[in-house]
Design a binder for this molecule. Sequence first.
Ligand SMILES: [Zn+2]
Length: 72
Amino acid sequence: MNESSQSPKSLYKNGEQVPTSGTYQCIACGNRAYFIKGDIFRDCEVCFAGTDDGPSGFDNTDKEFWKLIDAQ
Ligand SMILES: [Zn+2]
């Protein structure tokens, strides 16, 4: 009875496949990067979110931090 409980995804993590080409922003530090559909999200080169060296709250690979801000 309760089968449609999926919400649209808005954040992505290191190692995940890019669903849409466009500009993404790291919500941990505000850095922006362009990713192409089919590519793999990487860690943030500015604050290292998505790695063990990332800022507090973003210091593991399971944390989603890339946010799509401008699809192209
Ligand atoms: Zn960052």
